[in-house]
Each structure stands twice: as C-alpha cells, then as structure tokens.
Design a protein around this ligand. Structure first.
Ligand code: NAD
Ligand code: G3P
Length: 335
C-alpha cells in the first residue's frame, strides 16, 4: 500500500489528505497545532480550517513530523509558499530518501523568484524525478465534500506523475498527468494574482464583462511568462492554467478573490489583511511574479498594478485607469 505524508493541516492539506485516503492511500497529515491534530483524530473534523466537513476514520493526524514522514512514499507539502523554505529546513533530515516530494502550493518565493519545486530542489537536494506538483481548479471545501473535481499531477518523470495520479484518484477526484512542472506551477501561482484583481473589480461593483476581460488578458500574461520560462503553452489551456484561473476568479470561496473584493468594497489593505484568516498567496506572490517578469523581460500589466496596490500604495482608481489607458494593440494570444 502506498503511504503518504501531508505536511500542513490547513484547508488544502486536510482536503488533499482526505482525497489520498479516499483513493486507498495510507495517509498521515502533520499539523502545527496539537488542537488541530486532536480535532482531526478525535472529532473527525478540522474545526479551524474545514468546519462542518466530516473526515474519514482512517485519516490520522499528528504534530510530530517524524511520525508523519517515516516510511512515506509520497510527501505532499501544503504550507504557505513563503514559509516552505524554513519548514523544509526543519523536515529535511526526516525525509525518506526515495519519497516523491509533491508541492500542493501556489506561490512564488519573495526575494528569490523561485517556484516551489525549485525551493524543494534547493533545500533538499532531491533530483527533478523526485519533485512533483499537483494543481488545478480545486477549492478545498468543494473537494472535501466530494464534489466532482480534477487536477494535474506534474513531474518531469512520467512514472512518478503516474504514481501520484494512482495515489490520489478517486470516484470524485480525477487526476491527469503532465510533464510540464513549470507550466503547472506558474498557472497556479499567477492565477492568484489575477484573482486579486478580479476580486477588486467585483468589489467595485463591476460585472462579468470586466471579469472576463481580466481573466482573458490575465491568461495572456501567464502564458507570456510561461513561454519565457520554458513552459509548454498547451498547459495553460488545461486544468492547471485556464481551469484554475476560471475556478478561482469565479468563486466566492477563493481567499484571493475575496481579499481583492474586500479592497474593492473600500477596506484598507491593513483591514483586509486583518480579516483574512487563511493564506491568500497572491498578495505576496504578486511582487515575486513581477520580479520574475522583469528578470525575463515579460510585460505583465495586471500583475504590475496588483503588486503596486499590494506593496507600493497605489490606489485602486489609479490601477484601473493605468490598465484601461494602455496603448492600443492588436489582440494575439500571449501577446
Ligand atoms: N485552500 C484551497 O482551496 C487550495 C487549493 C489548492 C491549493 N492550495 C494551496 O495550498 C497551499 C496551502 O494552502 P491552504 O489553503 O492549506 O492554507 P491554509 O492557510 O488553510 O493553511 C496553511 C497551513 O500551513 C501551516 N503552516 C506551516 N508553517 C506555517 C507558517 N510558518 N506560517 C503559517 N502557516 C504555516 C498552517 O498551520 C496551516 O496548517 C497554498 O499554497 C494554496 O495556494 C489551496
Ligand atoms: O482560495 P484560493 O484563492 O487560494 O484558491 C484556492 C485554489 O487555489 C483554487 O484552485
């Protein structure tokens, strides 16, 4: 039987652990706080992150990383992207040498511009055939309640991708494989930045025309960055690209879209941060994505204004007018 450890018992870590369990994989989820592990083990509920969602008997939780990691064939990482490097430094001595390390995260590291698979490689020394990514349009509460969903398991080693696929495919969660790790990661991370902008537009009272504009031009800038970083452009038409962008930008469950919506409705940045209890990756990643775009000479106008609003005090009205007053252009996908 395949054994998996899920490191991080937030909303997606808990959900993905349930998916693995439902797929017949033996799984232990590792929490930081004892009360979360206790609630999962004894009440069969993650009372903080997924209240009201029944968790299966066989899903075990611990606060001891060694207990979770010992003997694991798959190690799934589900912590906030900006904390991965520090978390991995602590877990590294405990990682089984042959385990596949799977990033479930959707962010870019601030200050380095590294994708999560790169942070994993740098921190653990694992080779590319042991590093994978799972991404797609997966809103935790929907998947945790077994609503039909799908994701992509990406690894440069197709066999490893197939092993992950087998470990988490259930009657309600369909998993495809891909070898384009870069594309799948960029799709997941940059859509969070676009979702912040869509949320702002929604909060301002704008409707579906504006949302469709931002999603479509957002996809164009994701694809441009992807091309510069060597991704396969077809990935962006798939679940980890368009799929995740549509899911996040459309859903009131999205933390990123909700964060933007609160700003659009008139909250200050500080007030919005204060009411956001879970991880809205796009806030910090907007700046990291922009750094990456500048390094590779890629134009990303939506990302640019989102980063300016999140980090440099630009007002929302100035951001909107900057986007709408750009020079006239022909429309070409990715241009
Ligand atoms: N929630 C979703 O619907 C969803 C779906 C797919 C992917 N993701 C991605 O999964 C990753 C994890 O997201 P999540 O939704 O589980 O987040 P969350 O905020 O619900 O949980 C984060 C978890 O990380 C833990 N953690 C470990 N070290 C931490 C630290 N130093 N600071 C703060 N928390 C720390 C927290 O205790 C918590 O268990 C993100 O990159 C997110 O984009 C989320
Ligand atoms: O809640 P968000 O905004 O982090 O989005 C969750 C998932 O990434 C959607 O696929």
């Amino acid at each position: 039987m395949t054994r998996a450890a899920v490191m991080g018992a937030g909303s997606w870590g808990t959900t993905f652990a349930k998916v693995l369990h439902d797929a017949g994989t033996e799984v232990v989820v590792c929490a930081r706080r004892p009360e979360i592990a206790e609630a999962i083990n004894e009440r069969r509920e993650n009372t903080d992150y997924l209240p009201g969602v029944d968790l299966p008997e066989g899903l075990r939780a611990t606060v001891d990383p060694a207990e979770a990691l010992t003997g694991a064939d798959i190690v799934a990482l589900a912590v906030p992207s900006q904390t991965l490097r520090d978390n991995l430094a602590a877990w590294r001595p405990l990682l089984p040498p042959d385990a596949v390390l799977v990033s479930l995260m959707k962010g870019i590291e601030l200050g380095t511009g590294r994708r999560m698979s790169e942070v994993i490689a740098e921190t653990t020394g694992a080779s590319a055939d042991r590093i994978a990514v799972v991404g797609g349009p997966n809103l935790a509460r929907e998947i945790a309640t077994a609503q039909p969903g799908a994701a992509v398991a990406a690894c440069s080693d197709e066999d490893a991708a197939r092993r992950i696929q087998a470990a988490c495919m259930t009657p309600y969660f369909r998993v495809y494989t891909n070898t384009d790790v870069v594309g799948c990661e960029l799709g997941g991370a940059v859509k969070n930045v676009i979702a912040l902008c869509v949320g702002i537009a929604f909060g301002l009272g704008f409707g579906d025309s504006t949302r469709a504009l931002l999603m479509t031009r957002g996809l164009a800038e994701i694809a441009r960055l992807g091309a510069a970083l060597g991704a396969d452009e077809h990935t962006f038409a798939g679940l980890a690209g368009l799929g995740d962008l549509v899911g996040t930008c459309s859903s009131p469950l999205s933390r990123n879209r909700t964060f933007g919506e609160n700003l659009g409705r008139g909250m200050t940045l500080e007030q919005t941060i204060a009411v956001t209890r879970q991880t809205a990756e796009g806030v910090k990643s907007s700046e990291a994505v922009l750094e990456l775009a500048r390094k590779y000479g890629v134009e990303m106008p939506i990302t640019e204004v989102v980063a300016a609003v999140m980090h440099h005090g630009m007002s929302i009205s100035e951001a909107a007018s900057l986007l709408m007053s750009r020079s006239p252009k022909p429309e070409r996908y990715g241009v």
